[in-house]
Ligand binder design. Structure first.
Ligand SMILES: Nc1nc2c(ncn2[C@@H]2O[C@H](COP(=O)(O)OP(=O)(O)OP(=O)(O)O)[C@@H](O)[C@H]2O)c(=O)[nH]1
Ligand SMILES: [Mg+2]
Length: 485
C-alpha cells in the first residue's frame, strides 16, 4: 500500500498530465530531456542542436530538414517561470566567436524552440511543433533509485561499493572515521558533520580525471547549490547491525536526514521535471573512462545501468493507471566522437551498445524505444594520414586547448597538431580489461585524448558560421523525426 501522501501526489500529477495533454492536442509539444553526468557535453549538445535548427545546418539524415519541409525555427519564451533559461546566446558566442567551450553549468535550465514545418503526409498542411529542451545533471537521475531504497539498504550498498577497486584507497580516511562511530550511540551533530564531510571528500576524489568514477550518489553531495550545509545533506552511510534503529541514536538521525534528502531533493525533481519529459537523450563521455582505465569503464557501466534503472524506478515507485512517466524514446549518445578517427566511430557505438545492452533489454520491457549513437555535437578536429616510416597512420588534427600536454610538450592554444589518440578495438569486450589508463606511467597509457578548441570558422563564410558535427542529424532524426512527419 503506498502512503496516502503519495496517492495524493499521483492524483495531482495525473491532473497536470491531463491538462498538458489537452493543451498538446492543439499545440503539439515535445519535452526533450538532455542529461549526462558532469562534463558529458550537455551544454555543447543543446547549443549545437539549437544552432543547427535555427540556421538550417547540414543535417542529411534529419529528413524533415534535409527535404526542405522545415520552414523556420525560432526561440520563444519558455513555459516554466521558475526554471532558469538555457543561456543559448552566450554559449553560441563562446563557441563561434571566441572558439571557447561554454562554462560548466550545474543547474537545470530550459529553452523553448518553435518549429514551423510542412507535413509529409498528403495535403501537406503547415504545422507547428513546440520543442521544450530541459538540461539537467545526470547525477540527479542517479538519485531516483533512492526513492525505493531504505537508509539501511543504501548504507550497505554504498559501503560495499566503497570497498571495491580503486575506491577502497580513496575511501580510506572516511572508513577510518566510520570505524570509530557507534550507530546506536546518542545522536550527535558533530559526528554527523564529520562523517558527511569525509564521505563527500571520498566522492570528490572518485571523480578525479585519473579515476573518472561516475556512480556517486547522492548527486547533491557533489553539487549542493543552495542546500550546502543543510541537514538534508549532512548524513553518511553507517555500519548498521540487523534489527530496528534505536530512537534518538546516531543511526536514527542519519536515517531521518536521508529521508529528508529524498523529500527535499529527489521527489521534487521527479515531480517537477522528470515526470514531464516525453523524450530523453543521455550523453555519455566514454572517452574520459578510456583515458582513466578499465576500472572507470566498469564504473561507467554501473552508472549507466543505474540511469536506465531510474527510468523504471519512476514507474515502479509511482505506478498508477492514471499517471505514468511518459518517456517513449531514450537515446544513449557517446559524445566527443571527433576525438577518434572515423574508423573508430562504429566501434565507439558498439561499445556503448554493449555497455547498455542489459539495461536496454529492461527498458524495452517498460515500453520505451532505445537506441545508441556515437556523435560529436561540435566537431573540433579533422582527419589526416601521417606517414611514419613506411606506415601511413590515421590521425586527427586540431588545435589543443592551451595548457594541454603530451609528455613534455605543452600546447599554446594556437597551434594545430596531428595526434594519434589510439584506435578502439574491434571487440568492445577488450575495453573492459587489460588496457592501461592514466594511473599508469605516461608512456604506457593506451589512450590519450587531447582536448581541442572548438573549430575555426571557414574563411570567407560570413554572417552565420556553420558548426561542423558528427551524426548530430541521426540523433535528431531518432528524437524528433516521427513528430515532424
Ligand atoms: N571535441 C569536442 N569536445 C566536446 C564536445 N562536447 C563537449 N566537449 C568537451 O567537453 C566539455 C564539457 O562539455 P559541456 O557541454 O560543458 O558538458 P556539460 O555536460 O554541460 O558539463 P557540466 O555543465 O559541467 O555538467 C567541453 O568543455 C568540451 O571540452 C564535442 O562535441 N566535441
Ligand atoms: Mg553544462
Amino acid at each position: 500500500m503506498p502512503p496516502l501522501t503519495h496517492i495524493a501526489e499521483e492524483i495531482r500529477l495525473a491532473g497536470r498530465a491531463l491538462g498538458e495533454f489537452s493543451l498538446g492536442l492543439f499545440n503539439p509539444t515535445v519535452r526533450l530531456g538532455v542529461t549526462g553526468l558532469s562534463g558529458a557535453g550537455k551544454t555543447v549538445f543543446i547549443t549545437a542542436l539549437v544552432h543547427q535548427l535555427l540556421h538550417g545546418g547540414r543535417l542529411p539524415v534529419f529528413e524533415a530538414l534535409a527535404s526542405g519541409r522545415i520552414a523556420r525555427a525560432r526561440l520563444e519564451p519558455q513555459p516554466d517561470d521558475a526554471v532558469p533559461r538555457f543561456d543559448y546566446e552566450t554559449h553560441v558566442r563562446a563557441l563561434t566567436e571566441e572558439r571557447r567551450w561554454p562554462e560548466s553549468t550545474t543547474r537545470i535550465s530550459e529553452l523553448r524552440l518553435v518549429i514551423d514545418y510542412q507535413s509529409a503526409r498528403r495535403g501537406a498542411r503547415n504545422r507547428t511543433l513546440t520543442l521544450d529542451i530541459v538540461d539537467y545533471p545526470g547525477e540527479w537521475l542517479l538519485d531516483l533509485p533512492l526513492l525505493s531504497t531504505s537508509y539501511a539498504r543504501w548504507s550497505r550498498d554504498t559501503l560495499k561499493l566503497s570497498r571495491s577497486g580503486p575506491r577502497a584507497m580513496l575511501a580510506a580516511r572516511w572508513h577510518r572515521h566510520l570505524a570509530t562511530l557507534n550507530p546506536a550511540a546518542p545522536e550527535n551533530e558533530q559526528s554527523a558533520l564529520q562523517a558527511a564531510a569525509l564521505f563527500t571528500d571520498y566522492l570528490k576524489a572518485c571523480r578525479d580525471d585519473r579515476y573518472a568514477m561516475r556512480l556517486l550518489p547522492p548527486g547533491r553531495f557533489l553539487m549542493p547549490g543552495d542546500l550546502a550545509g543543510s541537514p538534508a545533506l549532512t548524513f553518511a552511510p553507517l555500519e548498521l547491525s540487523a534489527g530496528p534503529v534505536p530512537p534518538g541514536s546516531l543511526a536514527a538521525m542519519m536515517e531521518r536526514r536521508y529521508e529528508a534528502y529524498k523529500d527535499v531533493v529527489v521527489r521534487p525533481f521527479y515531480r517537477e521535471h522528470f515526470a514531464r519529459l516525453d523524450r530523453q537523450i543521455v550523453l555519455v563521455d566514454a572517452l574520459a573512462a578510456f583515458n582513466a582505465g578499465p576500472e572507470a569503464v566498469k564504473d561507467l557501466e554501473g552508472a549507466l545501468a543505474a540511469i536506465l534503472g531510474s527510468f523504471r524506478t519512476g514507474r515502479a515507485t509511482f505506478a498508477s493507471a492514471l499517471f505514468r512517466p511518459r518517456i517513449d524514446r531514450i537515446l544513449f549518445a557517446a559524445t566527443k566522437a571527433d576525438h577518434l578517427h572515423h574508423l573508430s566511430h562504429d566501434r565507439l557505438e558498439r561499445f556503448l551498445a554493449r555497455m547498455t545492452e542489459r539495461a536496454i533489454g529492461q527498458a524495452k520491457f517498460s515500453g520505451a524505444t532505445v537506441d545508441v549513437v556515437a556523435l560529436a555535437a561540435v566537431r573540433a578536429t579533422r582527419e589526416a594520414t601521417v606517414a611514419r616510416g613506411r606506415d601511413k597512420l590515421p590521425a586527427i588534427t586540431g588545435t589543443p586547448l592551451a595548457g594541454e600536454a603530451v609528455g613534455r610538450d605543452s600546447f599554446d592554444g594556437e597551434t594545430d597538431v596531428a595526434s594519434f589518440p589510439g584506435d578502439l578495438p574491434d571487440d568492445p569486450a577488450a575495453l573492459f580489461e587489460g588496457f592501461k589508463g592514466l594511473t599508469a606511467a605516461a608512456h604506457e597509457t593506451d589512450y590519450r585524448f587531447l582536448r581541442f578548441r572548438p573549430p575555426a570558422g571557414e574563411p570567407g563564410r560570413a554572417e552565420t558560421p556553420t558548426l561542423p558535427h558528427i551524426r548530430l542529424d541521426r540523433a535528431l532524426q531518432f528524437l524528433l523525426g516521427d513528430r515532424l512527419a
